[in-house]
Design a protein around this ligand. Structure first.
Ligand SMILES: [Zn+2]
Length: 546
């Protein structure tokens, strides 16, 4: 008998230890939760019977009871973990499907990266995305809002209508190889320094997953993907907004390549930009300078006045310019000169008053230098109207999807890039992190501007950023161009596609999200809001990059 009890003792000790380690290691949270749940009572009653009816010694009984309880907790926690809703299963299926299609989408994004077409000239990039959508069963309408490279592709019927934005224009002067060191591509005008090759591709990938899900479930709902050209200074979306292309859309989703994974309710800067063109009189710069009037003097006088103005405007204003034409030769008084200005502020009214002063400076400069000036507003975009309701849904999905995890080759590539940042260097493993919701603020402003701003004022809109670039990278740099053309960028792109698609599933499945988002949007927009484009009634500036 003594022997038997000894053996039983050992067995129970093993069971006890195993149960404790299983419960603690793998189901810590579930264990704690269950300690306070009704399951505990049930377990106690079940185990109590055994506990009182046997004739073992008291310490043994204790061990048995604890072992049984922990074993029950462990299995019960396991059961709980495996319970998932049909919606969660569908989301998981989308996530693994996008993993399966990684190479396909990476290839499309790489083609657009190679095309590197500038604003309104994105013919090949636009067609490539359209072909992909047609192949997947979308109806494609192209050349919308007077822009040959703009399109909208639709699938499904009825409400809700979820729109997804896609961009694909490159930036001038950023042609760079996909290498971890500075290596410009000779003879190429543009480069994807803002990663719009990834932007357009991920949005198409997400729309395709949403379409497949609508098809499979037979749910009511429409998905529209908007092919949006010339985001970089061309304000492509503004014309689409002006023409009413978003009028029947309930929620718009977008994303942007970034050096971090974040979904928050931050805003962006409203922006007005224009080319100021000065006309003077040409003359021999040495023999008869008194006969000439220098258009370049007009530009310089304007710049001087604007630079003095900087002290007397709100500090969070941004003004920048480049002289795009400054004359041909020093011995000819320039008859023509041109300066390209951007002004930005998060408050549109403040921006408009500053813009008026910039225009006054141009006129004053012309008067003082005996030249004439005209200007053409090429772009104008609203500040983003953030939506907390929607941003929380995106954040939850992004957190489930997870960040970008590098393999060994990518890690080495990333380390080399990070070494070029000096004091801005961050651990490259930050690419795997998701920024906490608490880190985001409704009043936070990214330094940039986007024509998504205009969309957000006519339909509730939400977006996210993913780590397509090495942590610490600045947009519009050779480093951002390089990673946008290789697997680091492509991995970030798939994170975005997964998050957009799973967020869309939430919108189709729970109508209360859209209702709540709409109420928030209406309150923020104000009752008397009516949309008026900052660039006025002008036609798309299709040749601004020619
Ligand atoms: Zn961009």
């Amino acid at each position: 008998m003594y022997e038997k009890i000894k053996i039983l003792d050992c067995l129970l000790a093993i069971i006890y230890q195993e149960s404790v380690s299983i419960a603690i290691k793998t189901h810590k949270k579930a264990l704690v939760r269950q300690m306070f749940s009704v399951d505990l009572k049930k377990m106690f009653t079940q185990n109590f019977y055994f506990f009182t009816s046997t004739k073992l010694a008291l310490p043994m009984k204790k061990i048995i009871w604890v072992a049984c309880m922990l074993a029950s907790l462990s299995t019960s926690a396991q059961k709980k973990k495996s319970v998932s809703t049909p919606l969660e299963n569908d989301k998981q299926a989308i996530i693994s499907n996008l993993d399966h299609r990684f190479d396909e989408y990476a290839g499309i994004s790489k083609q657009i990266w190679n095309f590197a077409e500038l604003g309104y000239l994105e013919e090949k990039s636009s067609v490539l995305l359209q072909e992909q959508l047609k192949k997947e069963g979308f109806t494609v309408e192209t050349g919308i809002a007077g822009i040959p490279t703009a399109f909208v592709a639709t699938y499904g019927t009825g409400k809700p209508v979820v729109g997804i934005l896609g961009e694909y224009d490159a930036l001038p002067g950023l042609a760079q190889e996909a290498t971890p060191e500075l290596k410009p591509i000779a003879g190429q005008r543009g480069g994807h320094g803002c990663g719009h090759n990834l932007f357009g591709t991920a949005s198409v990938a997400a729309a395709v997953e949403v379409k497949n899900w609508l098809q499979k479930t037979g749910k009511s709902g429409t998905v529209k993907i908007f092919g949006c050209p010339a985001e970089e200074g061309g304000s492509g979306k503004v014309y689409m907004v002006r023409e009413g292309y978003f009028n029947d859309v309930d929620v718009v989703l977008h994303w942007h390549p970034s050096s971090a994974n974040a979904a928050d309710a931050s805003t962006s800067l409203a922006n007005i930009n224009a080319k100021f063109r000065f006309k003077g009189i040409a003359a021999h710069a040495a023999a008869s300078p008194e006969r000439g009037r220098s258009a370049l003097d007009g530009v310089e006088a304007m710049n001087y006045m604007v630079n003095m103005m900087r002290e007397h405007i709100p500090q969070d204003t941004r003004i920048h310019y480049v002289i795009t034409k400054g004359g041909e030769a020093p011995n000819v008084v320039p008859a023509y000169a041109e300066v390209y200005y951007y002004a930005r502020h998060k408050d549109r009214a403040i921006l408009q008053s500053i813009w008026k002063r910039i225009e006054n400076a141009a006129q004053g400069a012309a008067q003082g230098t005996g030249t004439k000036v005209e200007w053409e507003v090429l772009g104008g975009v609203y500040n983003l109207l953030p939506n907390v309701t929607l941003a929380k849904v995106v954040h939850a999905n992004l957190s489930k999807v997870g960040g970008v995890v590098y393999n060994e080759t990518e890690k080495q590539f990333a380390e080399k890039i990070a070494d070029t940042f000096g004091e801005q260097k961050q651990p490259v493993t930050n690419a795997a992190q998701i920024k906490n919701w608490q880190d985001a603020s409704e009043n936070a402003t990214s330094g940039g501007s986007t024509d998504v701003g205009d969309v957000s004022w006519v339909v509730p809109t939400v977006g996210l950023g993913t780590a397509t670039w090495v942590p610490g990278t600045s947009a519009h740099s050779w480093q951002s161009t390089a990673t946008s053309g290789m697997s680091i960028g492509q991995k970030g792109m798939i994170v975005a596609a997964k998050t957009l698609a799973t967020t869309a599933l939430d919108l189709y499945s729970d109508p209360s999200i859209i209702e709540q988002a709409r109420v928030e949007w209406q309150n923020k927009r104000g009752a008397n809001f009516s949309y008026e484009a900052l660039l006025g009634n002008r036609k798309p500036a299709l040749d601004y990059r020619k």
